[in-house]
Design a protein around this ligand. Structure first.
Ligand SMILES: Nc1ncnc2c1ncn2[C@@H]1O[C@H](COP(=O)(O)OP(=O)(O)OP(=O)(O)O)[C@@H](O)[C@H]1O
Ligand SMILES: [Mg+2]
Length: 394
């Protein structure tokens, strides 16, 4: 992860650059300086890894600024962003003299920035510590109707309330998103607005697209028309997820039961993929195939975690046998509670903490495990739908 700064004299142009940088997913923080600058950074510690000089008609002030930065921190990388492409001979000379290493055309796209930053990151030791923001948890159903959305919503609520995290839940389910129904919310904006406004989608704009629940969980509404996904391309969603990761502590993504290679960049980026299944033949059959397919996408088996929903005691034998077949442990089991689950879904009220409610207790347990609040998750063994105590491979 890199730290960057933008030196600019024009707010629209620098806002576009902020949005594009946040969409790359490899930038940790972005400082913004105004040129001509009134206050000059004086210590090397306060300086970022990369500085973008957002050149205007009078580039000289930017080059002087850049040269001064290099005097304070010689290892700083300077990148000029210019509307004049290709830059003229004189401009190139001045840029080189002040230590500019790269020239990018305006407006700079996230793809171009990504490639260039990855190159610069190779020389920066700090940049290697974390390859991405690592805040994304994808929730998918092994097949339709197994409870992926219920898991996403209730886990999100527990992470926001019990674990006190700033949590987003992105509703990318196809064909329709129904996260808002489970929370009795009426989103004004949806995933459609995010992809339609990529040119200005920075964390500030993104915050405005979110709808907040009273538990402080924030959702990005899903598709509201059955045919909407025909015109929502999947690749830009990676950029939407990156911006979300800039803004939130944790980002949950309900992708429903869809599965295609188009999604592999997003799946690869995820810290964890929770696959929700039930302990019956069709759900376990599809689960097995999904695990193989995820491996084919280059996702380490350890990052795909299995959640068995609607569990009851009689399922244990079949689960033991499936764990042997797939050579993977079940991550968590959520007990079957038709009354509580359907009451919650129909009223649009998430399952909240309640001493008699085993189901919400389980969600809380998963939330603490995901946030590292529980030291030995696999060791928790209880009769009803407890975490399995089968040894994990890690
Ligand atoms: N632990 C549970 N016990 C009993 N019923 C449950 C439980 N969890 C979820 N359900 C029920 O299962 C049904 C399907 O849930 P949900 O909509 O979350 O599934 P989904 O996988 O998101 O479906 P889709 O494929 O349509 O997106 C709902 O009626 C819900 O109330
Ligand atoms: Mg769903």
């Amino acid at each position: 992860m890199l730290t960057v700064a933008i030196a600019s004299g024009e707010t629209t142009s620098s806002a576009q650059l902020v949005a594009a940088l946040q969409q790359t997913g490899i930038v940790k923080s972005i400082k913004q300086w105004t040129i001509p600058s009134d206050r000059f950074p004086d210590s090397a510690d306060a300086l970022p890894d990369v500085v973008f000089l957002d050149l205007s008609r009078d580039p000289e002030a930017y080059f002087t600024f850049g040269a001064q930065l290099r005097r304070i921190r010689p290892s700083i990388k300077l990148v000029a962003v210019s509307a004049i492409v290709p830059p003229g001979h004189q401009l190139m000379l001045e840029a080189m003299r002040s230590g500019v290493q790269d020239f990018l055309p305006k407006p700079a796209s996230p793809e171009v920035l990504n490639e260039m930053l990855a190159r610069l990151a190779q020389d920066s030791s700090e940049a290697k510590d974390r390859p991405s923001l690592d805040k994304l948890i994808v929730i998918m159903g092994s097949k339709g109707g197994v409870g992926a959305t219920t898991v996403g919503v209730n886990l999100g609520v527990q992470l926001a309330t019990f674990a006190r995290k700033h949590v987003a839940l992105l509703d990318f389910a196809r064909p329709l998103g129904n996260v808002h129904l489970l929370l009795d919310l009426h989103p004004r904006f949806t995933v459609r607005d995010a992809v339609d406004n990529l040119d200005r989608l920075d964390s500030h704009f993104f915050a405005g697209l979110m709808t907040q629940h009273k538990t402080k969980l924030e959702i990005l509404g899903g598709a509201l028309q059955p045919e909407e996904w025909q015109t929502i391309p999947v690749p830009p969603l990676e950029r939407v997820v990156n911006v979300a990761q800039n803004l939130f502590d944790m980002v949950l993504l309900d992708m429903g039961s869809q599965f295609s290679s188009e999604w592999s960049p997003i799946l690869r980026m995820a810290r964890m993929i929770l696959i929700v299944a039930e302990a019956n033949v069709p759900a376990l059959w599809t689960l097995e195939r999904r695990l193989v397919a995820l491996k084919g996408f280059g996702i380490e088996p350890d990052r795909a975690r299995i959640i068995i929903n609607r569990w009851h005691k009689g399922d244990d034998e079949v689960l033991r046998s499936i764990q042997k077949d797939i050579n993977r442990p079940v991550f968590a089991c959520l007990p079957n509670d038709f009354r509580k689950a359907s009451e919650s879904i129909n009223l649009g009220t998430p399952l909240m903490e309640n001493h008699n409610n085993v189901l919400s207790g389980r969600y809380r347990q998963i939330a603490s495990q995901l946030t590292g609040m529980e030291s030995s998750p696999a060791a928790k063994k209880s009769a009803l739908g407890g975490f399995f105590s089968f040894p994990t491979k890690r």
